[in-house]
Design a protein around this ligand. Structure first.
Ligand SMILES: Cc1cc2nc3c(=O)[nH]c(=O)nc-3n(C[C@H](O)[C@H](O)[C@H](O)COP(=O)(O)O)c2cc1C
Length: 184
């Protein structure tokens, strides 16, 4: 059996103040065959090394994008990463030929400040998180990645206990360690 190599791309602008994302990272840090790549640490000035990023993607079979929801979307550096790294020839083609990303799995690991109830037609957000993420999931699929779904924790701004965050992070670890598909 070949080993599945997973690249976790973390895009949180302030991990020292983070609870949910930091807890997730602490849970996965000792996993074999997992590379954790902290974008804000690597590129605090948003000066992305495109060749390095593309090489990292080539070297892994599964890509997990881990980020907090900022204004119903990804954080600014993750959007800048899409714009810089996912370029024609490498990430997509216009003639149906395979991109360098074809066949790799991708999923999203999201933290949201507000509750799951908020993300309903009747709730304050008026749409589900899945609906808000459509541009991201379409980007991944356009780049011929095999989109697996997302794993979300909601309500982080309502001070979940450390125990709840650790429990949630253990489920995140399990998904990465087993290469199982997230349910969201
Ligand atoms: C600029 C900004 C925008 C945010 N926008 C949203 C949002 O649209 N929806 C939401 O649920 N939470 C939003 N939040 C809350 C963050 O998603 C939440 O604080 C984060 O997921 C918590 O994770 P952490 O403990 O790792 O920092 C926002 C936070 C900031 C700073």
């Amino acid at each position: 059996m070949t080993t599945n190599r997973t690249l976790v791309i973390v895009a949180h602008p302030n991990l020292t103040e983070s609870r949910a994302n930091a807890t997730r990272l602490a849970e996965i840090k000792d996993l074999d065959n997992v590379t954790v790549h902290d974008l804000y640490q690597a590129y605090p000035d948003f000066n992305i090394d495109v060749a390095r990023e593309q090489q990292l993607l080539r070297e892994h079979d599964t890509v997990v994008l881990q980020f907090p929801v900022f204004w119903y979307s990804v954080t600014p550096l993750l959007k800048a990463w899409f714009d810089a790294v996912l370029i024609p020839g490498f990430a997509f083609t216009f003639d149906g030929s395979p991109s360098e990303l074809r066949g790799k799995k991708a999923w999203l690991a999201i933290t949201a400040g507000t509750t799951l109830e908020t993300y309903t037609a009747e709730g304050l957000a008026r749409r589900t998180l899945e609906e808000y993420l459509a541009p991201v999931t379409q980007t991944l699929q356009f780049c011929q990645l095999d989109y697996q779904g997302f794993h979300a924790v909601y309500g982080v701004m309502f001070d979940p206990s450390d125990e709840d965050l650790v429990l949630e992070a253990k489920e995140y670890r399990r998904l990465i360690a087993t290469s199982e598909q997230p349910v969201g």
